[in-house]
Write a new protein. Structure first.
Length: 256
């Protein structure tokens, strides 16, 4: 089991437990949102900085890397899971990553469908915000562990980006990860959280202090029970018989 996937499942579990009569102490230990640090490459020193920032995972954003470098980053991160972006997702390449201890991979819709049959590593699909609604709905039928929404061209989080996250949350029942264009403020994180985002990926080359501050901001988000439900509301149909009965009752009241 991928460590990141396991953390996302625990995140979802803590959200459901919060709706019941369970001790609040157990809930407080669960994060409100996961923090994933972007890495510019397979630099062990950069990974050491990330490891001290209280992050939940690391993600190599540069697709040009060697497995030997991945090994070094994994050693530097310790217990923190590492993932990589992939375009070449042949069976041999994935097997090398699994053997190295890589926890999860991120790929787009243009990769071979054979990637979906991989079971020894976490699988996340990165999609563009403009993806057709019909294709968004179909994502749930794929054997993947989560969805990454790519960031826009702006250097900050826009209202459109928050609305896009809300749209995906309403159509997809898998963990949702947002790639951020910059470090987010508490207001921006709160809006993403309320839009249904389960984890965020921050840009590379962030100092330890900045990551630690972002961690504290996430920890101070409201309880998960206070978050708006991302799924679209269910409209209960009114049947003709029920409507007729209501009309008869109204007529009787008028006669009286």
């Amino acid at each position: 089991m991928s460590k990141l996937v396991d953390k996302l499942k625990n995140l979802s579990k803590s959200s459901r437990l919060a709706l019941g009569f369970h001790p609040a102490a157990g809930e407080s230990k669960s994060p409100k949102m996961l923090l994933i640090a972007g890495l510019s490459g397979t630099d062990a020193k950069e990974a050491e900085v990330v490891a001290s920032g209280g992050v939940d995972a690391g993600l190599v954003l540069n697709e040009s890397f060697k497995v030997e470098g991945v090994n070094q980053v994994i050693d530097a991160l310790g217990d923190i899971p590492l993932g990589v972006f992939l375009r070449d997702v042949g069976a041999e390449r994935v097997a090398e990553l699994v053997s190295s201890g890589c926890d999860f991979v991120v790929f787009d819709t243009k990769v071979s469908v054979a990637m979906l049959s991989q079971t020894e590593i976490g699988k996340f699909l990165v999609v563009e915000p403009s993806l057709d609604q019909g294709l968004v709905r179909a994502i749930d039928s794929l054997d993947i562990d989560g969805v990454l929404i790519n960031r826009g061209k702006e250097s900050f989080i826009t209202v459109e980006h928050v609305l896009t996250c809300q749209r995906f949350r309403g159509l997809v029942d898998k963990p949702l990860v947002a790639i951020l264009p910059s470090l987010a403020t508490d207001v921006e994180l709160n809006n993403l959280w309320r839009a249904g985002v389960d984890a965020v990926v921050v840009p590379p080359s962030q100092p330890t202090e900045a990551l630690a501050e972002l961690r504290r901001t996430i920890d101070n988000l409201p309880r998960r029970t206070e978050r708006r439900q991302g799924k679209l509301g269910v409209v209960i149909p009114q049947y003709a018989g029920g409507m007729a009965a209501e009309e008869e009752e109204e007529e009787e009241e008028e006669d009286i």
